[in-house]
Each structure stands twice: as C-alpha cells, then as structure tokens.
Design a protein. Structure first.
Length: 764
C-alpha cells in the first residue's frame, strides 16, 4: 500500500521516472490545445456576463497554457536543457497553477452568474478535472493535488451559494473527489504491480520452465483481466477476472483462436503486437452474454529465451462506469436541466449530424420555432414554480408529438424548437407536411394546461423555416427561424409565419438600416432640429423642443418616426438617447457662450427605462456639470403611454428624479384616460396635450369638452399646458377661447428648424 505520509510530504521534491516524465509531457502536447480551446469557449460564453474580469482571467490562463505547451515541446526537442528533476518541478508547478486559476474562476465568477451558468461552470470544471486526472494518472501525487486545488474551492463555493441544488453539487464534488483519488491510487498500485510483474515475466523468459508457478500466480492474483496467446493467436492462459469479464468458462476458450471468441475486435490488435510493439485498444466490447462494455486493453509482446517473439499478453481494464459517467456529463451539457429536452448546444449537435446525412442532399426538413405568449404573466401571478411546470409540460407535449428521430430543444426562457428531418422532396409535399405540423401544434396547445386547481390557456407565436436540401449553415437557419418568429409576433392576422425570401429581404433591409444608423452615430449624421414653443396665447417665445433628424447619405433627411423603431429593435437606442442628451447640453453651452440663450429650457424625448436607471441619471448629472447646464434648463418628455404601465412601481422612481432637480413633462397627454386619477401624484413641470384632441377640435363639442377638462385639470395641479400640433387658425381660436394663456407648438406657429435657422430667427 502507498504511504499517505509519503504522499503528502512534498517539501522534498521527488522526481518521477524518466518514462513517466516522457508520458506526462506527451500528454501535455496532446491535451493542451483542447484546454486552450475550452478556455477560449469559456471566455466567449462568460464575457457578456462578467466583462473585463473574465478577460483578465483568460489572459493569465491562456498565457500559462501556452507556457506549458512551450515547455512540452521544449522537452521533446531539448531534453538535455534541464535535469529530469528540474523538468518535473516545472511541470508540477505549471499544472498546479492551472488548477488554481480554474478554482479562482469558480470562486469569483459563480456568485455573479445565474443558476444555469453556475451549473455550466460546475460541469466544465468537473470535466476538466476528470481529463486532467487522466492525463496526470502516471504521476499520482501531482494528480491528487491537482484535484485538491481544483475541487476544494469549487465545493466551498457551492456551499456558500446556499441553495439546495448547490448543497447537492457540493456533496457530489466530495464523492467525486474521493472516487477519483481512490481510482488514482488504485491505478498507481496497479501500475506498480504491472511493472513488477512485467519484471517477473522478463525473468521468466529466461527460465520459463522453472517459473511457471510464479506466472500462474501472477495471472490469478491480478485484479484486471489478463490473458496470453501464442504466435498463432491461440489463447494460452487467462485469469478469473478475464473469465468473469468474458462470461465464459476456462475450458470453453483455452486453445481457441482469438478471432473465434468474443475477442474478434481485439484479435487484429493482438496480431500487430507480435511485431514487437505495444498496442492499446479503447472502445466497446461485447461479452458472450451480449452485454456491451467499455474497456481499455493493453497488449505487450512476450519473447522467448532466444529473444524471439513467442506470443503476447493482454491486460483488460473495465472502463464501463467511467464511460457512463462521461456520457451523463455530455448529456447534461447538451440538454436543458428543467425540461430535459435539448438545449441550444444539443440542437446544434443534432443539426450538425443532420446536414451530414445523405438524405439531406435531396430532402426538405422543417424547423418550427415557438415562443409561449403568456408565460411572464403566469410567473408574475402564480410564481415561477408554476411557470416552470408549464415549460416542463410544454416540453413533454412536444416530445410526445414527434418521432424519436426528430429533435425538440429549448433555447432558454420560453422558446422551443422542433426539427422534423426529411419531410419532403417537392414543394407540394413540403406544403402539405407544413400544414400537418401546424395542425399538430394547434392541437397540442388547444388542450388547457392544468396544475392543481389552476387551468391555463397557453398561446404561442411560431416561426417556420423550411430547411432547403443541401443547406449547410446552421447559424443562417437559426437566423431565419428568429426572423420568422419575429414576423409572427408582429403580425396582426396570424400567430404563425413561414420564412420565405421576401421576409428575408424585408429584414435584410431593416438590418441594413440598422447598420446605417450605427454608422450615422459614428459619422455624426444625426442632427438636432428645434421647434419653438410659444406662451401668452402664442405671442411670446418661451422654450423649445429638440427633435432628432437623420441626414442619410442617399435617402436625405429622415424623421424619428421612420427610424426610432428600428433603433429600439437594434439595441442602439441607449446610444442615441445619450447622444441627444449630450448634444442638447452642448447646444445650451454654445448659446450661453454667445449670450443668446434667451429661452427657459429645451425639452427632449427620453426613454423612460433610461430615466429610471440610476446609473443613467448619474451620467446625465455629470454631463450637465461638464457643460455647465442647470438641471432646470433641460426637460425630459415622457410619453403618457409609458406612464400607464405599472404606475405604482414607477411613481417612487419618478418622484426621486424630481427631487434631484430634473424637470419632466408628460407628452401626448390624454391618449389614455387611466392616468387622469394619477395626475395629482406627479410633480411634473409640463403637460403636452395629445395632438389627437387638437386635430379633432373642429369635429365636435365632445373633443372641445375633453380638451377643456384636460387643461383645467392640468392647471389645477400647477402644470404648464402646451397644445401640440396646432396647424390652423380655427384650432388656435378654439384653444384661446378655452384658455388665453395656453402655450402653442405646431406648424401654424413654426415648424422644426436647424440650429442655425433657429438662432437667426429667434435668438440672434
């Protein structure tokens, strides 16, 4: 047995044998590229979540991995550069540093990740430790300390997360650690035994007739399966472990050719061993009882007393349990833990296999991409456990509705996909099959979802992609699925959209417009126009509204109505909001410098979410300070429709915004009467009447009545009132009859104009 005291006394470094050192560096050269790729994949997955910290970790880790790779090749090419002891010391330090860096990743990243990514990191680290232990198995002390450095912090981190599932994972880490350590020690013992017995066999070659009993005991006492054979591949002898593995009796196999036994897979490798070489087989093995196992078989040549090949000997190790564990880990990586259907990685693996098949060259396949409609409402109303149950039930229904060769995946959230391969060879068959699958989905969701005393009607939007024969680009297919689903969500006629070239072209134009808009920000093609707002019945300039314009290089000037929806869809709306705000501050600063800032303030439209973001408000205050703009010189206009959603939740944040000194206005007021009772709660500066009422003042007394009511209510709560969209004298006359002091904004008084024209007309 190995002395545990000797194992952990590391202050006096003990170098391994030269053969072991060569094996360790050979494994370094074969495995480090995979480790580098894995580190890069981790960076790609985690950088959107962890930002610069994961980049710094990646830089250190990749540098260490490249250093290890350099040392491995340096050892191969120049082993004389250092003594074996120095080489081994460098190897051990680098390996343990790698384990330390991965444990640091677990300690510092997991608290910042959601449970899905925590499980992902957990699986990756356990997988890395498993691979590393295999690579380091020849050096048992280095392997065990690698496990300790890697897994102990991971276990502690799982405990510190303090969830039921993480406690279980911590417990599994402990079991896994002791299992691996036991395997390492057992493997080391077996290796030492095998080496000892190989030495015994070498002695027995010279005096085989005197050492038959020693050889026999060697066979009988070995814990792994052993058998020997002659030059004709005839089985000479075997031990009990081999008989148990093969599920046969000794008299049934002794003297028979290996090719006529369940060892036919190994017979060819055994034959190659007779050419004075060592061979290893790793793969499946079927016993006489048809049980399939995973084995690792090592073959060695036996020489007679004259140094000639007389046969060979094989050692077989049952790796079935390890293989099953590896398959389980691969399953976890490629499947959604909640619903047990494939995840996005599993989907890509399935699609990768599909496009390689011969039938894909001349068959259409179908991709159905679903998004559940009211899952958020169920989560908010009944809790996430109920929502999770709906997701599980959806996955089960989808799996029951398809054949085993199809694929159901969940891409996260409430999105599911179904791939039905090779459904048609003609467009007519494809059309019929598509209708059949649409009807199938409709039937699946027609039955209500019931849990305990609750019953839910689950709606869905669905995008359908006919996968053309010979298609190779999986990302393009996914992009088409996303486009078709988006089209289904936008459609008012149907919840289902089938992808075609015209839809693709439509979204291609949208994406091109998004790219142009991104360029416009960089190339300074956006511009602020200013529309004056008059008080005293339209006689005196009081303030102005800044309106965004886009000077497109080929399409000319574009108004916000034509591009802000595209901006919102592309995710650059925040950049545009920041640009508008800073440009407005710059404008006020320029006017102050010229002593022409003769208005009270400039109002700008602002995204409500941005105003409710504390970091954005801090940023606004910093920009104002930078350009020496007072907080009452800019007014944030918020569309009334945004205030009607979750008003009670928004109220406290908006109240804090006002307390900070920022001025806010309600834009398009009156479009939704539900905000009228909440008007008194807000301490906004300005109220702009929705232009619908102004446009229809001429249509009847009802609109005049509502307009009068809005003005009176607004004034009652000390709001300044602006009538937007005043375009003719009759509207002006009616408004003045209601309130002679109302402010006006519209084409009748003045259209929006460039900064230069605004200065010349009103400020200079």
């Amino acid at each position: 047995m190995i002395s545990m005291a000797n194992l952990f006394k590391l202050k006096d470094h003990k170098s391994v044998e030269l053969s072991v050192l060569e094996e360790l560096f050979a494994m370094e050269r074969s495995t480090l590229i995979t480790l580098i790729l894995l580190e890069t994949i981790l960076l790609y997955i985690l950088v959107p979540i962890l930002g610069n910290s994961i980049i710094a970790w990646y830089g250190i880790t990749i540098s260490l991995s490249l250093w290890r790779l350099y040392n491995a090749y340096d050892y191969k090419n120049h082993p004389e550069r250092n003594s074996p002891k120095i080489w081994h010391e460098k190897f051990v330090v680098q390996v343990w540093l790698t384990a330390l860096l991965f444990s640091i990743l677990a300690i510092f990243s997991m608290p910042n990740l959601d449970s899905y990514y925590q499980l992902f990191i957990f699986i990756v680290l356990v997988g890395i430790s498993s691979g590393a232990v295999k690579a380091l198995s020849a050096d048992h002390r280095t392997a065990i300390w690698y496990l300790i450095i890697m897994l102990f912090p991971l276990m502690v981190e799982m405990l510190l997360l303090m969830r039921k599932d993480t406690y279980i994972l911590a417990f599994l880490v402990v079991i896994y650690f002791f299992t691996q350590m036991s395997m390492i020690l057992n493997s080391y013992e077996r290796s030492m035994q095998l080496k000892a017995k190989e030495r015994e066999i070498a002695i027995a070659k010279a005096k085989l007739h005197e050492k038959q009993e020693i050889v026999q005991r060697f066979f009988e006492q070995a814990s792994d399966a052993l058998f020997s054979y002659d030059k004709n591949l005839k089985l000479l002898d075997c031990n009990d472990s081999f008989l148990n593995l093969l599920k046969m009796k000794k008299e049934e196999i002794i003297g028979k050719n290996l090719g006529n036994l369940p060892l036919d897979k190994l017979a060819g490798i055994a034959g190659k061993t007779l050419q004075r070489s060592r061979k290893i087989y790793r793969g499946t093995f079927r016993t006489a009882g048809a049980e399939e196992l995973w084995i690792e078989a090592k073959f060695s040549t036996i020489l007679n007393e004259n140094g000639e090949v007389s046969g060979g000997i094989a050692l077989i190790e049952d790796k079935t349990r390890e293989q099953r564990t590896r398959e389980e880990l691969e399953y976890l990586v490629s499947h959604d833990p909640l619903t047990s259907v494939s995840n996005k990685r599993g989907f890509q693996q399935y699609m990768g296999e599909l496009i390689k098949k011969e039938r894909h060259k001349n068959h259409y396949s179908l991709l159905l991409y679903l998004d559940l409609k009211n899952l958020k409402k169920i989560n908010d109303t009944y809790g996430h456990e109920t929502g999770n149950w709906v997701l599980i039930e959806t996955g089960m229904r989808l799996k029951r509705s398809i054949d085993t060769y199809c694929n159901v995946s969940r891409f996260g959230g409430d999105e599911f996909s179904i791939v039905i391969p090779f459904v048609a060879t003609t467009k007519k068959e494809l059309y019929d099959e598509t209708n059949k699958r649409v009807a199938m989905i409709e039937e699946l969701f027609s039955e209500p979802f019931g849990i305990e005393k609750f019953t839910f009607e689950i709606g869905y939007d669905m995008g359908i992609v006919p996968i053309k024969p010979g298609s190779k680009n999986i990302e393009t297919i996914l992009q088409q699925a996303g486009i078709s689903l988006l089209e289904a969500k936008k459609s008012k006629k149907s919840d289902i959209s089938i992808y075609n070239d015209s839809i693709g072209e439509k979204y291609k134009k949208i994406y091109m417009m998004q790219e142009d808009l991104q360029k416009a920000l960089k190339e300074k093609r956006l511009e602020l126009f200013f529309q004056p707002v008059f008080s005293k019945g339209g006689r005196k300039l009081r303030c102005a509204e800044a309106l965004l314009r886009w000077n497109h290089p080929t399409k000319g000037q574009i108004t916000p109505d034509d591009f802000l929806n595209i901006a919102s869809g592309s995710g650059i709306m925040r950049e545009i909001d920041d640009w508008v705000f800073e440009e407005c501050c710059k404008t006020i600063a320029r006017w102050k410098e010229r002593d022409i800032f003769k208005i009270e303030n400039i109002s700008i439209n602002m995204n409500l979410k941005k105003l409710l973001d504390k970091n954005s408000v801090i940023h606004f205050a910093e920009v104002m300070k930078k350009y020496r703009v007072a907080k009452n010189e800019i007014v944030f206009e918020i569309d009334e429709s945004l205030l009607t959603e979750n008003f009670d939740v928004l109220y406290s944040s908006l109240e804090n915004l006002e307390k900070e000194g920022f001025l806010c206005a309600i834009d398009n007021f009156g479009s939704n009467y539900t905000i009228l009772p909440s008007l008194r709660k807000l301490s906004f500066h300005l109220l702009k009447i929705d232009r619908y009422f102004i446009d229809n003042l001429n249509e009847g007394l009802e609109n005049i009545f509502f307009t009068r009511m809005i003005i009176e209510m607004g004034k009652k709560f000390n709001y300044d009132i602006v009538a937007k969209g005043v375009e003719n004298r009759k509207q002006e006359t009616i408004l003045k009859s209601i309130d002679p002091d109302i402010m006006f904004q519209g084409e009748l008084k003045e259209a929006a104009m460039s900064e230069k024209n605004f200065i010349e007309r009103y400020l200079a």
